[in-house]
Design a protein around this ligand. Sequence first.
Ligand SMILES: Cc1cc2nc3c(=O)[nH]c(=O)nc-3n(C[C@H](O)[C@H](O)[C@H](O)COP(=O)(O)O)c2cc1C
Length: 191
Amino acid sequence: MKIVAFAASNSSQSINRALASYAAHLVPEAEVDLLDLNDFEMPIFSEDRERESGQPPAAGAFLARIAAADALVISYAEHNGSFSVAYKNVVDWASRISRKVFQQKPTLMLAASPGAGGAASVLALAERSAPSMGAEVTGTVSVPRFHDHFDLASGQAVDGEPVRRVKAAVEVLSATVAGAGQRRAGRGSHG
Ligand SMILES: Cc1cc2nc3c(=O)[nH]c(=O)nc-3n(C[C@H](O)[C@H](O)[C@H](O)COP(=O)(O)O)c2cc1C
């Protein structure tokens, strides 16, 4: 099972990157492709720039990495109640090539913050925009006070209710992907 995971953040110290990686590696027999949005940095999207220069190759490269996935794990950083600029820019460029950026992949949406809010505002925004972005959301989990629940140095969970909710949501994602695989196999064997 190929899982594409990434943080909707471009911070080298991203707690959401740690969370996305942790959750993706919980999927049984997962082959994890951990994307770094810094590898898809592009000029700020503008329609004028698009007319003048077309799509930067990174936009297509991002879509290709998503296309190769059986499922997605995205963990959202919250900047002023919304998406980070880094995430929004990649998605805006990519959406001009293919509006359903997430290509109907089963998607676990996570969000973490160091404070009490757990980046819940951006997570709600992500969930609300999921249908138009082509993400089939299998679950959402907000992790407040990230550093109480995870050890950033090791990338491992410490404990607590948010960790249990992440594990439960990963089980739902895994079961969804396994079920889809079985249905495909069943159709194949019956012609
Ligand atoms: C410009 C900026 C705005 C922020 N706004 C919020 C916010 O609205 N809500 C929140 O919970 N945290 C906010 N934070 C703190 C982030 O939750 C924190 O930096 C977190 O580590 C971001 O996730 P990341 O480490 O994955 O990049 C903000 C941080 C920055 C740099």
